[in-house]
Design a protein around this ligand. Structure first.
Ligand code: DGP
Length: 116
């Protein structure tokens, strides 16, 4: 498993920095975003360090499947699976991507509106 010692989310995965963890499996960790934009705002990250979606390759498919399985579990636990939710991966400056460790934002709990 790749680990970047300077990466904030690698340190959260390693338990070296605190986070409000809501779920975990062998390949992914889910924790609440420190600046929530909705009643439910959970970050789902691979434990393996992948910088962003541009770096994803075929070998990552098993861990990405685990990432989505964890997101499904979180959506059900947060009771947004029926009402709906949004999954977002930000990449690069125009998307205001601030942490260079792949992360899925799971956002819901109130109407989010159409993406303009
Ligand atoms: P992005 O803009 O897609 O790179 O999202 C990064 C998110 O990470 C942002 O919504 C805020 C969140 N975040 C930044 N630092 C921390 C932290 O130390 N703990 C937690 N739980 N979330 C953080």
């Amino acid at each position: 498993m790749a680990v970047d010692g300077n990466c904030l989310f690698c340190q959260i995965v390693a338990g070296k920095l605190p986070a409000e963890v809501v779920a975990e499996n062998e390949a992914a960790l889910a924790f609440r975003d420190i600046r929530p934009c909705a009643p439910t705002h959970v970050l789902v990250v691979p434990k393996n360090h992948i910088a962003n979606a541009l770096q994803i390759e075929a070998a990552h498919i098993p861990e990405l499947t685990k990432l989505f399985e964890l997101a499904q579990e979180v959506a059900r636990a947060e009771k947004v699976d029926q009402s709906g939710f949004r999954l977002v991966f930000n990449v690069g400056e125009d998307a205001a991507n601030s942490v260079a460790h792949l992360h899925m934002h799971l956002i819901g709990g109130h109407p989010l509106g159409a993406m303009a």
